[in-house]
Design a binder for this molecule. Structure first.
Ligand code: PLP
Length: 456
Protein backbone atom coordinates (compact mmCIF):
# COMPACT_ATOMS: atom_id res chain seq x y z
CA UNK A 1 0.00 0.00 0.00
CA UNK A 2 1.43 3.38 -0.95
CA UNK A 3 -0.18 6.40 0.67
CA UNK A 4 0.60 9.97 -0.24
CA UNK A 5 2.63 11.66 2.51
CA UNK A 6 0.71 14.15 4.69
CA UNK A 7 3.63 16.51 3.99
CA UNK A 8 3.34 16.23 0.21
CA UNK A 9 3.08 19.53 -1.68
CA UNK A 10 -0.43 21.02 -1.54
CA UNK A 11 -0.88 20.76 -5.31
CA UNK A 12 -0.24 17.01 -5.19
CA UNK A 13 -2.74 16.50 -2.36
CA UNK A 14 -5.29 18.60 -4.24
CA UNK A 15 -4.80 16.67 -7.47
CA UNK A 16 -5.29 13.33 -5.73
CA UNK A 17 -8.31 14.72 -3.90
CA UNK A 18 -9.85 15.88 -7.16
CA UNK A 19 -9.12 12.53 -8.80
CA UNK A 20 -10.82 10.35 -6.18
CA UNK A 21 -12.81 12.29 -3.58
CA UNK A 22 -16.34 13.54 -4.30
CA UNK A 23 -17.21 16.47 -2.00
CA UNK A 24 -20.71 17.05 -0.60
CA UNK A 25 -22.76 19.97 -1.97
CA UNK A 26 -19.98 20.75 -4.45
CA UNK A 27 -19.63 21.32 -8.17
CA UNK A 28 -16.75 18.89 -8.47
CA UNK A 29 -15.46 20.04 -11.87
CA UNK A 30 -15.24 23.66 -10.63
CA UNK A 31 -13.48 22.63 -7.44
CA UNK A 32 -11.00 20.49 -9.37
CA UNK A 33 -9.89 23.59 -11.30
CA UNK A 34 -8.86 25.54 -8.22
CA UNK A 35 -8.21 22.75 -5.70
CA UNK A 36 -9.67 22.32 -2.21
CA UNK A 37 -7.94 23.98 0.72
CA UNK A 38 -6.23 21.20 2.67
CA UNK A 39 -6.92 21.49 6.40
CA UNK A 40 -4.22 19.71 8.36
CA UNK A 41 -4.92 20.25 12.06
CA UNK A 42 -6.87 22.42 14.47
CA UNK A 43 -6.68 23.77 18.00
CA UNK A 44 -9.28 25.78 19.91
CA UNK A 45 -10.99 27.96 17.29
CA UNK A 46 -8.09 27.88 14.80
CA UNK A 47 -7.55 25.71 11.73
CA UNK A 48 -4.19 25.13 10.02
CA UNK A 49 -3.83 24.42 6.33
CA UNK A 50 -1.14 22.71 4.27
CA UNK A 51 0.36 26.06 3.30
CA UNK A 52 0.99 26.94 6.94
CA UNK A 53 -1.88 29.45 7.19
CA UNK A 54 -3.93 29.85 10.40
CA UNK A 55 -7.62 30.29 9.79
CA UNK A 56 -10.20 31.51 12.33
CA UNK A 57 -13.15 29.13 12.23
CA UNK A 58 -16.30 31.24 12.40
CA UNK A 59 -18.47 28.21 11.58
CA UNK A 60 -17.37 25.62 14.19
CA UNK A 61 -16.66 23.22 11.35
CA UNK A 62 -20.18 22.64 10.10
CA UNK A 63 -22.01 24.21 13.09
CA UNK A 64 -20.79 21.42 15.29
CA UNK A 65 -17.46 21.88 17.08
CA UNK A 66 -19.08 23.56 20.08
CA UNK A 67 -16.22 22.93 22.55
CA UNK A 68 -13.51 23.79 20.01
CA UNK A 69 -10.81 21.60 18.50
CA UNK A 70 -8.08 19.57 20.12
CA UNK A 71 -9.71 18.49 23.40
CA UNK A 72 -7.60 15.56 24.49
CA UNK A 73 -10.25 14.40 26.98
CA UNK A 74 -12.48 13.38 24.07
CA UNK A 75 -9.66 11.50 22.36
CA UNK A 76 -8.98 9.73 25.66
CA UNK A 77 -12.66 8.86 26.12
CA UNK A 78 -12.73 7.36 22.61
CA UNK A 79 -9.53 5.37 23.19
CA UNK A 80 -10.77 4.03 26.56
CA UNK A 81 -14.07 2.96 25.05
CA UNK A 82 -12.44 1.37 22.01
CA UNK A 83 -10.33 -0.76 24.28
CA UNK A 84 -13.23 -1.68 26.57
CA UNK A 85 -16.00 -2.28 24.04
CA UNK A 86 -15.43 -0.82 20.56
CA UNK A 87 -18.80 -1.91 19.22
CA UNK A 88 -21.92 -3.61 20.16
CA UNK A 89 -25.47 -3.15 18.94
CA UNK A 90 -28.59 -2.49 20.94
CA UNK A 91 -31.01 -4.29 18.59
CA UNK A 92 -31.54 -7.69 20.14
CA UNK A 93 -32.26 -7.18 23.82
CA UNK A 94 -28.76 -5.99 24.68
CA UNK A 95 -27.47 -2.64 25.85
CA UNK A 96 -24.21 -1.15 27.10
CA UNK A 97 -23.05 1.37 29.66
CA UNK A 98 -22.23 4.36 27.38
CA UNK A 99 -25.73 4.25 25.84
CA UNK A 100 -27.34 3.94 29.27
CA UNK A 101 -25.34 6.82 30.70
CA UNK A 102 -25.79 9.13 27.72
CA UNK A 103 -29.54 8.51 27.50
CA UNK A 104 -29.99 9.29 31.20
CA UNK A 105 -27.88 12.44 30.88
CA UNK A 106 -29.83 13.64 27.84
CA UNK A 107 -33.09 13.03 29.69
CA UNK A 108 -31.75 15.28 32.47
CA UNK A 109 -30.70 18.03 30.08
CA UNK A 110 -33.68 18.02 27.71
CA UNK A 111 -36.57 20.24 28.79
CA UNK A 112 -39.95 19.06 30.05
CA UNK A 113 -40.88 15.43 29.64
CA UNK A 114 -38.44 14.66 26.79
CA UNK A 115 -36.93 11.58 28.38
CA UNK A 116 -36.38 8.85 25.76
CA UNK A 117 -33.59 8.73 23.19
CA UNK A 118 -33.48 6.84 19.89
CA UNK A 119 -29.97 7.05 18.40
CA UNK A 120 -28.67 7.62 14.90
CA UNK A 121 -25.31 8.61 13.49
CA UNK A 122 -26.39 11.93 12.02
CA UNK A 123 -29.11 14.55 11.93
CA UNK A 124 -30.36 13.22 8.60
CA UNK A 125 -30.82 9.71 9.97
CA UNK A 126 -32.50 11.09 13.08
CA UNK A 127 -35.01 13.04 10.99
CA UNK A 128 -35.71 9.93 8.92
CA UNK A 129 -36.42 8.23 12.24
CA UNK A 130 -38.78 11.09 13.10
CA UNK A 131 -40.85 10.60 9.94
CA UNK A 132 -41.38 6.98 10.89
CA UNK A 133 -41.91 7.77 14.57
CA UNK A 134 -44.57 10.42 13.91
CA UNK A 135 -46.50 8.18 11.51
CA UNK A 136 -46.15 5.11 13.73
CA UNK A 137 -47.33 7.14 16.72
CA UNK A 138 -50.59 8.02 14.96
CA UNK A 139 -51.06 4.54 13.53
CA UNK A 140 -50.73 3.12 17.03
CA UNK A 141 -53.27 5.62 18.27
CA UNK A 142 -55.74 4.35 15.68
CA UNK A 143 -55.30 7.20 13.20
CA UNK A 144 -53.10 5.71 10.44
CA UNK A 145 -54.35 8.33 7.96
CA UNK A 146 -52.44 10.98 9.90
CA UNK A 147 -49.31 10.89 7.74
CA UNK A 148 -48.67 14.39 6.50
CA UNK A 149 -45.71 16.21 7.98
CA UNK A 150 -45.67 19.95 7.49
CA UNK A 151 -42.33 21.70 7.16
CA UNK A 152 -41.10 24.98 5.71
CA UNK A 153 -39.51 26.14 2.48
CA UNK A 154 -35.82 26.86 2.94
CA UNK A 155 -35.65 24.62 6.00
CA UNK A 156 -32.75 22.17 6.19
CA UNK A 157 -33.33 18.83 7.87
CA UNK A 158 -30.68 16.69 6.21
CA UNK A 159 -29.65 15.11 2.97
CA UNK A 160 -31.12 11.59 2.95
CA UNK A 161 -34.28 11.06 0.89
CA UNK A 162 -36.57 11.38 3.91
CA UNK A 163 -34.85 14.26 5.66
CA UNK A 164 -34.17 16.03 2.36
CA UNK A 165 -37.90 15.81 1.64
CA UNK A 166 -38.67 17.34 5.02
CA UNK A 167 -36.27 20.14 4.18
CA UNK A 168 -37.45 22.87 1.89
CA UNK A 169 -34.41 23.31 -0.33
CA UNK A 170 -35.69 23.44 -3.89
CA UNK A 171 -32.23 22.77 -5.35
CA UNK A 172 -32.16 19.50 -3.44
CA UNK A 173 -35.70 18.52 -4.43
CA UNK A 174 -34.73 19.00 -8.06
CA UNK A 175 -32.29 16.07 -7.86
CA UNK A 176 -33.21 12.49 -7.10
CA UNK A 177 -36.96 12.38 -6.80
CA UNK A 178 -37.76 14.36 -3.68
CA UNK A 179 -39.95 15.11 -1.84
CA UNK A 180 -41.47 11.79 -0.88
CA UNK A 181 -45.29 11.79 -0.59
CA UNK A 182 -47.15 13.41 2.30
CA UNK A 183 -44.67 16.15 3.08
CA UNK A 184 -46.10 19.67 2.78
CA UNK A 185 -44.19 22.96 2.94
CA UNK A 186 -45.29 26.38 4.14
CA UNK A 187 -43.36 29.65 3.91
CA UNK A 188 -40.52 30.55 6.26
CA UNK A 189 -40.57 33.47 8.74
CA UNK A 190 -37.86 35.45 6.93
CA UNK A 191 -39.00 39.03 7.49
CA UNK A 192 -35.96 40.65 5.85
CA UNK A 193 -36.47 38.99 2.48
CA UNK A 194 -40.19 38.29 2.43
CA UNK A 195 -41.83 40.61 4.95
CA UNK A 196 -42.82 43.34 2.45
CA UNK A 197 -44.60 46.24 4.16
CA UNK A 198 -45.54 44.29 7.27
CA UNK A 199 -43.92 44.87 10.62
CA UNK A 200 -41.86 41.90 11.80
CA UNK A 201 -44.58 41.18 14.40
CA UNK A 202 -47.40 41.17 11.82
CA UNK A 203 -45.31 39.08 9.49
CA UNK A 204 -44.45 36.54 12.22
CA UNK A 205 -48.16 36.01 12.85
CA UNK A 206 -48.96 35.81 9.15
CA UNK A 207 -46.33 33.14 8.57
CA UNK A 208 -47.33 31.13 11.64
CA UNK A 209 -50.97 31.21 10.53
CA UNK A 210 -49.97 29.57 7.27
CA UNK A 211 -49.62 26.45 9.40
CA UNK A 212 -53.25 26.70 10.47
CA UNK A 213 -54.36 27.29 6.87
CA UNK A 214 -52.32 24.30 5.68
CA UNK A 215 -53.80 22.04 8.37
CA UNK A 216 -57.33 23.15 7.41
CA UNK A 217 -56.68 22.63 3.69
CA UNK A 218 -55.07 19.21 4.09
CA UNK A 219 -57.61 18.18 6.74
CA UNK A 220 -56.60 18.02 10.41
CA UNK A 221 -57.33 14.29 10.44
CA UNK A 222 -54.46 13.76 7.96
CA UNK A 223 -51.73 15.80 9.65
CA UNK A 224 -49.19 14.04 11.85
CA UNK A 225 -46.63 16.68 12.74
CA UNK A 226 -44.98 20.02 12.14
CA UNK A 227 -41.18 20.11 12.01
CA UNK A 228 -39.00 23.20 12.30
CA UNK A 229 -35.66 24.42 13.53
CA UNK A 230 -36.09 26.86 16.44
CA UNK A 231 -33.83 29.18 14.43
CA UNK A 232 -33.24 28.14 10.81
CA UNK A 233 -29.52 27.54 10.34
CA UNK A 234 -28.49 26.41 6.89
CA UNK A 235 -31.31 28.49 5.39
CA UNK A 236 -29.29 31.56 6.40
CA UNK A 237 -29.73 31.90 10.19
CA UNK A 238 -33.28 33.18 9.96
CA UNK A 239 -34.27 34.48 13.39
CA UNK A 240 -38.08 34.43 13.48
CA UNK A 241 -40.05 37.48 14.67
CA UNK A 242 -41.06 37.23 18.33
CA UNK A 243 -44.70 36.59 17.46
CA UNK A 244 -43.92 33.50 15.40
CA UNK A 245 -43.25 30.67 17.85
CA UNK A 246 -46.04 31.44 20.36
CA UNK A 247 -48.55 31.33 17.50
CA UNK A 248 -47.10 28.07 16.13
CA UNK A 249 -47.29 26.57 19.60
CA UNK A 250 -50.95 27.62 19.88
CA UNK A 251 -51.77 26.03 16.51
CA UNK A 252 -50.05 22.67 17.10
CA UNK A 253 -51.83 22.47 20.46
CA UNK A 254 -55.21 23.35 18.97
CA UNK A 255 -54.97 20.56 16.39
CA UNK A 256 -53.11 18.11 18.63
CA UNK A 257 -50.36 17.52 16.07
CA UNK A 258 -46.83 16.63 17.08
CA UNK A 259 -44.23 19.37 17.20
CA UNK A 260 -40.76 18.23 16.14
CA UNK A 261 -38.01 20.71 16.98
CA UNK A 262 -34.92 20.10 14.89
CA UNK A 263 -32.18 21.03 17.35
CA UNK A 264 -29.32 19.71 15.25
CA UNK A 265 -27.77 23.19 15.11
CA UNK A 266 -29.60 24.97 17.95
CA UNK A 267 -28.92 22.28 20.55
CA UNK A 268 -26.09 22.07 23.07
CA UNK A 269 -25.58 25.72 23.86
CA UNK A 270 -25.63 27.38 20.48
CA UNK A 271 -28.47 29.79 21.34
CA UNK A 272 -27.35 30.40 24.96
CA UNK A 273 -29.48 27.62 26.46
CA UNK A 274 -28.96 23.90 26.24
CA UNK A 275 -31.66 23.82 23.55
CA UNK A 276 -33.08 26.33 21.10
CA UNK A 277 -36.57 25.27 22.20
CA UNK A 278 -35.83 26.84 25.59
CA UNK A 279 -34.62 30.07 23.96
CA UNK A 280 -37.74 30.23 21.77
CA UNK A 281 -40.10 29.12 24.56
CA UNK A 282 -41.50 26.05 22.79
CA UNK A 283 -42.48 22.60 24.01
CA UNK A 284 -41.71 19.97 21.39
CA UNK A 285 -42.88 16.36 21.45
CA UNK A 286 -39.75 15.18 19.67
CA UNK A 287 -36.35 16.82 19.34
CA UNK A 288 -33.72 16.02 16.70
CA UNK A 289 -30.15 16.19 17.98
CA UNK A 290 -26.70 15.71 16.41
CA UNK A 291 -23.68 17.98 15.75
CA UNK A 292 -22.97 19.68 19.12
CA UNK A 293 -23.96 16.48 20.95
CA UNK A 294 -20.39 15.26 20.40
CA UNK A 295 -19.00 18.61 19.20
CA UNK A 296 -18.48 16.75 15.93
CA UNK A 297 -15.75 14.52 17.41
CA UNK A 298 -17.85 11.43 16.62
CA UNK A 299 -20.81 10.99 14.26
CA UNK A 300 -23.83 10.71 16.52
CA UNK A 301 -27.40 12.00 16.42
CA UNK A 302 -30.77 11.02 17.73
CA UNK A 303 -34.38 11.77 18.50
CA UNK A 304 -35.51 12.61 22.02
CA UNK A 305 -39.15 11.64 22.59
CA UNK A 306 -41.62 12.89 25.16
CA UNK A 307 -43.00 10.42 27.72
CA UNK A 308 -46.31 10.40 25.85
CA UNK A 309 -44.82 9.66 22.41
CA UNK A 310 -42.43 7.06 23.85
CA UNK A 311 -45.26 5.33 25.68
CA UNK A 312 -47.28 4.94 22.49
CA UNK A 313 -44.27 3.73 20.46
CA UNK A 314 -43.39 1.29 23.26
CA UNK A 315 -46.67 -0.48 22.58
CA UNK A 316 -45.44 -1.93 19.31
CA UNK A 317 -42.25 -3.32 17.81
CA UNK A 318 -40.71 -0.30 16.10
CA UNK A 319 -39.09 -1.83 13.03
CA UNK A 320 -36.36 0.71 12.65
CA UNK A 321 -32.69 1.14 13.60
CA UNK A 322 -29.18 1.67 12.35
CA UNK A 323 -26.09 -0.53 12.84
CA UNK A 324 -24.50 2.39 14.66
CA UNK A 325 -27.54 3.46 16.73
CA UNK A 326 -26.04 4.17 20.16
CA UNK A 327 -22.49 3.35 19.05
CA UNK A 328 -20.53 2.94 22.30
CA UNK A 329 -17.53 5.03 21.24
CA UNK A 330 -19.75 7.84 19.96
CA UNK A 331 -21.81 7.74 23.18
CA UNK A 332 -18.68 7.85 25.36
CA UNK A 333 -17.32 10.82 23.45
CA UNK A 334 -20.68 12.62 23.57
CA UNK A 335 -20.83 12.11 27.34
CA UNK A 336 -17.38 13.60 27.78
CA UNK A 337 -18.37 16.52 25.55
CA UNK A 338 -21.49 17.17 27.64
CA UNK A 339 -19.40 17.02 30.80
CA UNK A 340 -17.06 19.69 29.46
CA UNK A 341 -19.90 21.92 28.21
CA UNK A 342 -21.44 21.70 31.66
CA UNK A 343 -18.48 21.73 34.04
CA UNK A 344 -16.59 24.44 32.19
CA UNK A 345 -19.73 26.58 32.11
CA UNK A 346 -19.62 26.92 28.32
CA UNK A 347 -23.39 27.25 27.86
CA UNK A 348 -23.59 29.81 30.68
CA UNK A 349 -20.74 31.76 29.14
CA UNK A 350 -22.61 32.01 25.83
CA UNK A 351 -25.71 33.22 27.69
CA UNK A 352 -24.01 35.70 29.98
CA UNK A 353 -20.59 36.74 28.74
CA UNK A 354 -19.23 35.98 25.32
CA UNK A 355 -22.73 35.75 23.75
CA UNK A 356 -23.70 39.32 24.69
CA UNK A 357 -20.20 40.50 23.69
CA UNK A 358 -20.46 38.83 20.28
CA UNK A 359 -23.98 40.23 19.84
CA UNK A 360 -22.84 43.79 20.42
CA UNK A 361 -19.87 43.48 18.05
CA UNK A 362 -21.76 41.53 15.39
CA UNK A 363 -24.67 43.97 15.37
CA UNK A 364 -22.07 46.71 14.87
CA UNK A 365 -21.44 45.23 11.40
CA UNK A 366 -24.86 46.63 10.41
CA UNK A 367 -23.07 49.98 10.07
CA UNK A 368 -21.19 48.63 7.05
CA UNK A 369 -22.61 50.00 3.76
CA UNK A 370 -23.26 46.47 2.42
CA UNK A 371 -25.09 45.18 5.49
CA UNK A 372 -28.81 45.74 5.83
CA UNK A 373 -29.44 43.73 8.94
CA UNK A 374 -27.29 41.89 11.49
CA UNK A 375 -29.26 39.33 13.52
CA UNK A 376 -27.81 37.03 16.12
CA UNK A 377 -29.04 34.61 18.80
CA UNK A 378 -26.35 33.26 21.11
CA UNK A 379 -23.55 32.11 18.84
CA UNK A 380 -25.43 31.96 15.52
CA UNK A 381 -25.73 35.09 13.43
CA UNK A 382 -26.45 36.39 9.97
CA UNK A 383 -25.74 39.51 7.92
CA UNK A 384 -28.23 40.35 5.17
CA UNK A 385 -26.29 42.03 2.36
CA UNK A 386 -28.16 44.58 0.27
CA UNK A 387 -27.57 47.36 -2.24
CA UNK A 388 -30.29 49.43 -0.50
CA UNK A 389 -30.86 49.20 3.23
CA UNK A 390 -34.08 51.22 3.24
CA UNK A 391 -35.99 49.05 0.77
CA UNK A 392 -34.26 45.79 1.83
CA UNK A 393 -33.70 45.16 -1.87
CA UNK A 394 -31.83 42.08 -3.00
CA UNK A 395 -28.92 42.36 -5.42
CA UNK A 396 -29.96 42.15 -9.07
CA UNK A 397 -30.14 38.71 -10.74
CA UNK A 398 -27.45 36.10 -10.03
CA UNK A 399 -28.61 35.73 -6.43
CA UNK A 400 -25.79 34.41 -4.33
CA UNK A 401 -23.00 36.15 -6.21
CA UNK A 402 -22.35 38.95 -3.73
CA UNK A 403 -22.46 36.56 -0.81
CA UNK A 404 -20.11 34.29 -2.71
CA UNK A 405 -17.61 37.10 -3.31
CA UNK A 406 -17.79 38.09 0.33
CA UNK A 407 -17.27 34.52 1.46
CA UNK A 408 -14.23 34.24 -0.84
CA UNK A 409 -12.79 37.43 0.63
CA UNK A 410 -13.29 36.04 4.16
CA UNK A 411 -11.51 32.83 3.21
CA UNK A 412 -8.65 34.80 1.65
CA UNK A 413 -8.44 36.76 4.93
CA UNK A 414 -8.25 33.52 6.91
CA UNK A 415 -11.76 33.68 8.33
CA UNK A 416 -14.34 30.95 7.72
CA UNK A 417 -17.76 32.54 7.28
CA UNK A 418 -20.37 30.89 5.10
CA UNK A 419 -22.74 32.51 2.63
CA UNK A 420 -26.31 31.50 1.91
CA UNK A 421 -27.39 33.55 -1.09
CA UNK A 422 -26.60 37.10 -0.07
CA UNK A 423 -26.50 36.38 3.63
CA UNK A 424 -23.22 35.90 5.47
CA UNK A 425 -23.48 33.65 8.47
CA UNK A 426 -21.46 32.70 11.51
CA UNK A 427 -21.69 29.91 14.05
CA UNK A 428 -18.38 29.92 15.94
CA UNK A 429 -17.18 27.38 18.47
CA UNK A 430 -18.83 28.28 21.79
CA UNK A 431 -15.41 28.62 23.42
CA UNK A 432 -14.36 31.59 21.28
CA UNK A 433 -12.79 34.25 23.53
CA UNK A 434 -13.55 37.97 23.43
CA UNK A 435 -10.17 38.62 21.81
CA UNK A 436 -10.90 36.05 19.11
CA UNK A 437 -14.35 37.60 18.62
CA UNK A 438 -12.61 40.93 17.98
CA UNK A 439 -10.43 39.24 15.34
CA UNK A 440 -13.52 37.68 13.73
CA UNK A 441 -15.28 41.05 13.54
CA UNK A 442 -12.16 42.84 12.19
CA UNK A 443 -11.67 40.23 9.48
CA UNK A 444 -15.37 40.26 8.59
CA UNK A 445 -15.31 44.07 8.22
CA UNK A 446 -12.19 43.96 6.03
CA UNK A 447 -13.74 41.24 3.86
CA UNK A 448 -16.97 43.23 3.52
CA UNK A 449 -14.90 46.26 2.46
CA UNK A 450 -13.07 44.22 -0.16
CA UNK A 451 -16.32 42.77 -1.44
CA UNK A 452 -17.86 46.26 -1.59
CA UNK A 453 -14.85 47.55 -3.53
CA UNK A 454 -15.33 44.77 -6.12
CA UNK A 455 -18.93 45.78 -6.70
CA UNK A 456 -18.14 49.41 -7.52
N1 PLP B 1 -31.05 19.27 10.73
C1 PLP B 1 -30.45 20.47 10.74
C2 PLP B 1 -31.16 21.63 11.35
C3 PLP B 1 -29.19 20.63 10.20
O1 PLP B 1 -28.61 21.84 10.18
C4 PLP B 1 -28.55 19.51 9.64
C5 PLP B 1 -27.19 19.63 9.07
O2 PLP B 1 -26.68 20.69 8.85
C6 PLP B 1 -29.22 18.28 9.65
C7 PLP B 1 -30.46 18.19 10.21
C8 PLP B 1 -28.59 17.07 9.06
O3 PLP B 1 -27.58 16.61 9.87
P1 PLP B 1 -26.43 15.65 9.28
O4 PLP B 1 -25.64 16.49 8.32
O5 PLP B 1 -25.68 15.23 10.52
O6 PLP B 1 -27.09 14.52 8.63
Amino acid sequence: MTLISPNAPTAELQALDAAHHMHPFTHSADLAKKGARVITRAEGVWLNDSEGERILDGMAGLWCVNIGYGRKELAAAAARQMEELPYYNTFFQTTHVPAIQLSARLAELAPGNLNHVFYASSGSEANDTNIRLARTYWAEKGAPERKVIISRWNAYHGSSVGSGSLGGMKGMHAQGGMPIPDIHHIDQPDWWSEGGDMTPEEFGLERARQLEQAIEEIGPEKVAAFIAEPVQGAGGVIVPPETYWPEIQRIVKKYGILLIADEVICGFGRTGNWFGSQTMGITPDIMTIAKGLSSGYQPIGGSILSDEVAEVIAGTEFNHGYTYSGHPVACAVALENLRILDEEGVVKQVAEETGPYLKEKFEGLAAHPLVGEAKIVGFMGSLALTPDKASRAPFAADAGTVGYICRERCFANNLVMRHVGDRMIISPPLVMSKEEIDTLIDRAWTSLDECHARLK
